[in-house]
Design a protein around this ligand. Structure first.
Ligand SMILES: Cc1cc2nc3c(=O)[nH]c(=O)nc-3n(C[C@H](O)[C@H](O)[C@H](O)COP(=O)(O)OP(=O)(O)OC[C@H]3O[C@@H](n4cnc5c(N)ncnc54)[C@H](O)[C@@H]3O)c2cc1C
Length: 376
C-alpha cells in the first residue's frame, strides 16, 4: 500500500507495479492536487522517470533549462553555470522546468491495472503484526504486506508510527507568486532559473512552461492579507513595468528543515515530504522524494523476490543519510548565501563559471548526482 498520490507516492506505486507487485494507493483528496509547488526536475530524476517510461510526456510539457544564473539584486549577473559540463555524468545534462502538478497525471495514467488508486481515502492510523499492515481509513481498514507513507509533510503514517520529526522552522516565510509577464524581456540576460542575492530581500526567478514564478522572503509573523496586499509593490521593485504586474496566483509558505528519525519502522517506510522537508532553494524536495520512492521500491521488490529485509534497512538508512547530509545541508547553505554578503562565495561562483571541471564538481552536488553515488 502507498499512502498519498503526490509525486512521490505515485512514483513509488509505478516503480512497484513495474516490478510486478500489486499496489493500492490511498489518497485523501478526491482528485490529484492541482497546487503548483515544485517546478524543477534534476538530471537523475529525469533518468529515473525515463526508466519508468514517463519521461517523454514530461519533456513534452516542460521546458529545458541548460543554464542557471546567480545575480546581484542590483541587476548584475554574478555567474551563469552551464549544465552541459555534466555531459559525462548524465544522459540529461539540463534541468526541466515543469510543475509537479503536470507530472502526477502522467504517473497516474502510466499505472497498470495491478495498481489501484483510491481517492477520498484519508488515512488516520496504521497498525502492524509480524505478517502485515492494516491501514485505517475513514472508510474502513485496508490490509497489505507493506506500507509506504508518502502522505506529505503532515504525514498521518509518520504520526501513527510515532516517528520523530526533528528540525527547525525558518525565521521567514516564502511567498511564491506566479505571474503572466515576460521577465526575460523586462530583465535582459535572465536564465530560466535565477538566484538573486540580497541581504535585504533575496529572490528567485523561475521560468515555468507558461509563466514565471517569483519567490520572495516574507517576515514570519505579519498578517497574510497585508503581505499579499503589498506584493504588487514588491514585484514592481523587482522590475518596473510601468504598470502593475499581471499576477496569476500567490501563496505564502512556512518553511521547515526536518527529517524523520527513521525511514523504516517494521513494515512501514517513509518517503518524500513525509520523511523529510527542506526549503525549496535548489529544488531538492520533490526530486529527493522521487529518489526515495525509486530506491525504496527497488529494495522492497528485492524483499518480495526473497531477499533479506536488511536490504530494506540499508536503503532506508541511505535515503535518510542523503536527506540529512545532502538535501538539508545544501538547501540551507543556499538560503544562507542568498541573504548574505559573502563576497568570497560570489568570487567562487565566477571562478566556477570559467572552469568547467570545478563547475562540474559543484553541479554534481547541486543536481543531486553525487547523492546517488554508491558509498565507499
Ligand atoms: C513553493 C514551493 C516550491 C517548491 N519547489 C520545488 C522544486 O522546484 N523542486 C523540488 O524538488 N521540490 C520543490 N518543492 C517541494 C515539493 O513540492 C515537495 O517536496 C513535494 O510535493 C513532495 O511530494 P510528496 O509526494 O512527498 O508530498 P505531497 O506533494 O505533499 O503529496 C502528498 C499527498 O498525500 C495526500 N495525503 C496527505 N495526508 C493524507 C492522509 N492522511 N491520507 C491519505 N492521503 C493523504 C495529499 O493529499 C497529497 O496528495 C517546493 C515546495 C514549495 C512549497
Amino acid at each position: 500500500m502507498v499512502v498519498g498520490a503526490g509525486p512521490v507516492g505515485l512514483t513509488a506505486a509505478l516503480a512497484l507495479a513495474r516490478r510486478g507487485i500489486e499496489v493500492t494507493v490511498l489518497e485523501r483528496g478526491t482528485a490529484l492536487a492541482a497546487e503548483s509547488r515544485a517546478s524543477t526536475f534534476h538530471p537523475p530524476t529525469l533518468e529515473m522517470l525515463e526508466t519508468l517510461g514517463v519521461l517523454k510526456p514530461l519533456l513534452d510539457r516542460g521546458i529545458v533549462a541548460s543554464t542557471f544564473q546567480y545575480r546581484d539584486r542590483g541587476g548584475d549577473e554574478i555567474a551563469t553555470l552551464d549544465l552541459g559540463v555534466l555531459a559525462a555524468d548524465t544522459r540529461y545534462p539540463f534541468r526541466v522546468q515543469c510543475e509537479q502538478s503536470k507530472l502526477t497525471p502522467i504517473l497516474l495514467d502510466a499505472l497498470p491495472g495491478t495498481a489501484r488508486v483510491r481517492f477520498g481515502h484519508e488515512v488516520h492510523g496504521v497498525s502492524m503484526d509480524g505478517d502485515g499492515v492494516v491501514v485505517h481509513t475513514a472508510r474502513g481498514p485496508v490490509i497489505g504486506d507493506w506500507v509506504i507513507g508518502a502522505d506529505g509533510a503532515h504525514s498521518a503514517v509518520r504520526h501513527a508510527l510515532n516517528a520523530r520529526f526533528d528540525g527547525s522552522t525558518y525565521p521567514e516565510r516564502f511567498l511564491v507568486a506566479s505571474v503572466d509577464e515576460d521577465l526575460a524581456a523586462a530583465l535582459p540576460g535572465l536564465a530560466p532559473i535565477n538566484y538573486v542575492f540580497d541581504p535585504a530581500e533575496w529572490l528567485v526567478l523561475l521560468r515555468t512552461p507558461e509563466h514565471w514564478r517569483v519567490l520572495l522572503p516574507t517576515p514570519a509573523d505579519t498578517p497574510e492579507d497585508a503581505e499579499l496586499a503589498r506584493l504588487p509593490q514588491r514585484l514592481t521593485a523587482v522590475a518596473d513595468l510601468g504598470r502593475p504586474w499581471r499576477l496569476l496566483h500567490s501563496s505564502l509558505y512556512t518553511v521547515h528543515q526536518r527529517v524523520a528519525d527513521r525511514f523504516r519502522i517494521g513494515r512501514a517506510l517513509l518517503a518524500g515530504d513525509a520523511a523529510h522537508v527542506n526549503n525549496p532553494l535548489g529544488g531538492m524536495g520533490m526530486n529527493s522524494g522521487i529518489h526515495d520512492a525509486v530506491g525504496l521500491a527497488e529494495a522492497l521488490a528485492a524483499v518480495f523476490d526473497g531477499g533479506p529485509e536488511t536490504v530494506l534497512d540499508a536503503a532506508a538508512d541511505r535515503r535518510r543519510t542523503v536527506a540529512v547530509e545532502h538535501v538539508q545541508r545544501t538547501s540551507h547553505a543556499n538560503w544562507e548565501r542568498l541573504r548574505g554578503h559573502d563576497n568570497d562565495f560570489r568570487e567562487h561562483l565566477r571562478t566556477l563559471a570559467a572552469d568547467p571541471a570545478a563547475a562540474r564538481a559543484y553541479l554534481r552536488r547541486a543536481c543531486l548526482i553525487d547523492s546517488l553515488e554508491p558509498q565507499p
